[in-house]
Structures are given as C-alpha cells and as structure tokens.
Ligand binder design. Sequence first.
Ligand code: AMP
Ligand code: GLY
Length: 428
Amino acid sequence: MKILVVGGGGREHAIIMKLAESPKVSKLYCAPGNGGIAKYAECYPVKATDIDGMLKLAKELEVDMVFVAPDDPLVAGMVDVMQEAGFRTFGPDKAAAIIEGSKVFSKNLMQKYNIPTAKYAVFEEPAKVLQYIEAENTYPTVIKADGLALGKGVVIAQNYDEAKAAVSEIMEDKIFGESGSQVVVEEFLTGPEVSVLCFTDGKTVKPMVSSMDHKRALDNDQGLNTGGMGTVAPNPYYTDDIAQECMNTIFMPTIRAMEAEGRTFKGCLYFGLMLTPNGPKVIEYNCRFGDPETQVVLPLLDTDFVDIIEAIEKNRLSDLDVKWKDGSAACVVMASGGYPKKYESGLVISGLDQKGQIENCFVYHAGTKTDENGQLVNAGGRVLGVTATAATLPEALKKAYDGVASINWKDMHYRKDIGQRALKALEK
Ligand code: AMP
Ligand code: GLY
C-alpha cells in the first residue's frame, strides 16, 4: 500500500513511524511533512488545509490511501473529497468531524443522549452571555468559542471582568474568526484529566492506552497554555474500573449517538475526560489523534496499524484483537525559546544523527526543516517530541530526559516535570 499522510507535526511523525512498521506498507508520503518526517516519508509542500492541492497530489502519486490527521481538513471535509475521487481513507467524514468542529453540536449531543459533561448554555449575543454569567455568579467560569480555534478557544475566567474581556475578544473582536459567532459557557469542573483515544468503525470502540497531556508552558502547570509540552502513557488515574465506567457511560453512548444522528464516526475519536468527584465527564471531543498524545500511545501499539485501519474500513473492528505492549511511554517536548509567544527560527539543532534521531528514543519532529546547508533547524514553536518506552514510567522518563539532555539549540526550553503528577498518583 502507498499511503499519503496529511499533516506535518509530531503526531504525523509518530503515525508515519508506526505505519512504516507494517509489512503491508510499500511507500509513505507526507504533506506538508517536516525535516524529520522527510527522513522516513517523501514530503510534498502542500498545506494540510489545501483540499484541492491534496487531491491533485494524491492523484499524481497514485496512492492507495489518504490518512487525514489534523482537525481542520477533517472538519472541512477532506475525507469526503478523497472518497468521492475513489481513494481509501482514514479519518471521519465531514458529517462526523463536526463532533470537534462545533462545541455547540457536541454539547447538544451530550445533553440529548445523557452523556456526562459540564452543565452549559449557548449564546449568540454578547449581552446575553454577560447577563447569564452575572446571574450565575459562580467563578471560575469557562467560556468556549464554538468552532476550531487552534486549541486556544477556551477561557477560564476567574471573575466577571475576565469573563467580560473574553466575551468581547471572542464575540466582538472575533480573535478566532467565525469560530466565535457562538459561545458555550460551561460549569468549571475539577479533577485529573485523562486523554483516551479510541479506534472506532462506528459500531465498535477499541480504546487505546490512556495518556496524560501537560498543556502549560512551564513547570508546575505555570505559564501560558500551549499545544502540549509532554505526555505520559498509560495515565495512572485511569484505573480499570474507571475505564469500564467510561466505556458504558461515555464511549459507547457517544458512538451510538453519532450513528443515531446519521453521522457515523469512523477513525480515531479522542475523549478529553475529567475525573470529577461525580464521576468521569467529557471536557472535549477531538475527531482525530491527539498531539502530543499520539507520540506516547502509538509506540505502545503492538497490533499492525494497517490491520486496524482496514478493520475500521470494513466495519470489522469487533473481530480484531487490538494489542498493546506492557510498560510505559513518556514524551518530552523541546520548544523554541519564547514559545508559545514569539521565537526565533532557523537555529541549528545539535545532537541528532543522520535520520534526525538519537539512541534509545524516538525523536518525533514537530517543527524542523533541513536548511540550505543540509542541517536540521527549528522551524516552529514546538520542535521535537523526545519519546521513550520502558517497563515502568520512571524508566521511560529517565530515558526520555537523557535523550533531551543530548540535544540542543540556542534558547530551547522544555518542562522538567513531565510525568511528576503521574508518578505521585502511582505512589498512592
Ligand atoms: P480544550 O481546548 O477544550 O481542550 O480545553 C483546554 C483545557 O481547558 C482543558 O484541557 C481543561 O484543562 C480546561 N477546561 C476546559 N473545559 C473545562 C471545564 N468545563 N472545567 C474545567 N476546565 C476546563
Ligand atoms: N493534546 C490535545 C489535542 O490534541 O487537542
């Protein structure tokens, strides 16, 4: 099989390295890819959101399958376009991807089908939102733009003034564009967060190993929100009992709800969960693999990835035993100096071998390119996800941090406490 993977971050690098292990894969392509992915797949400079360009590329390369990894092309319907042109695909169609594309849709879905989530209200007018927040008078309160907002569309307001400022930015200044025409105001929930990515063919759900993201830029969850500074898997808060409860109250009900709505979901459905004192609740759905969750989940996958993809295509996921390796994985993200704010790029990265790798780790490239001198340089905010697997979480963390210590470029930074909360949970 010749497969074209759409996207160009650490998640796509992890997907490609896993696909490369399959004897069924003869050739891997990626668009746009990046400097590290280019060492494993032929990369083409087509933007992930360019549906016409991607279709043209898929035809030129005569690929068998198009694997759409990022949210925006999924929500925009790239899978539908590829299927109409006769390509096999991985990823939900447009009708199903709305589960991530619209928070109003997903909240209404959960309410209609009794899936546990934070209490909420939907608004189209700024004045009405503020009236509601003032009347509720409970802080913190959570304000979310309806549509995709590069993972930044959530504001946790500590008081009325902060809420007012957020509403004005989202609904009047439209900092997230049309994503902000509607907002959801949500009850603030507390508890450990767990990411559970699930394979599904629309009827059967096969959860992957659970994971824990670290979204803030600095140690001890300080600093600005980022796309994710590191992950560990499995997530120790996610016990077998909780997993069973989530299957019964969240995963299956969601898949059945989507089917009942005529929006059968096929692909990877990501459940962002919070384990509240009142049980697990859905914080968000994503219609795709998470980033950087994928970087710790896929290295632990034991079953041939292509077998899973084909089982989903044929609606036969129930027949397949999806196996996971024992042990843990840890991913530490190395970011450009200044990220998530402004940063310098084009800086030479030292410590990597010819393949952009180091011993004992998987180095998933998120923002690198090869410059005119043939050297790998940083080309994004999050640059590398240094991942290791081992029998235990402490060992995986040690391997990953040893790897990080051997890589360098000017002003790079990373969190020193990835996995610390998980280790504390394990001690209990
Ligand atoms: P999202 O972009 O939906 O992943 O939200 C980003 C982060 O905001 C989540 O990972 C949570 O930490 C936090 N968050 C979102 N919704 C809530 C909520 N209702 N209560 C508490 N925290 C939340
Ligand atoms: N790590 C969160 C996400 O992929 O949206």
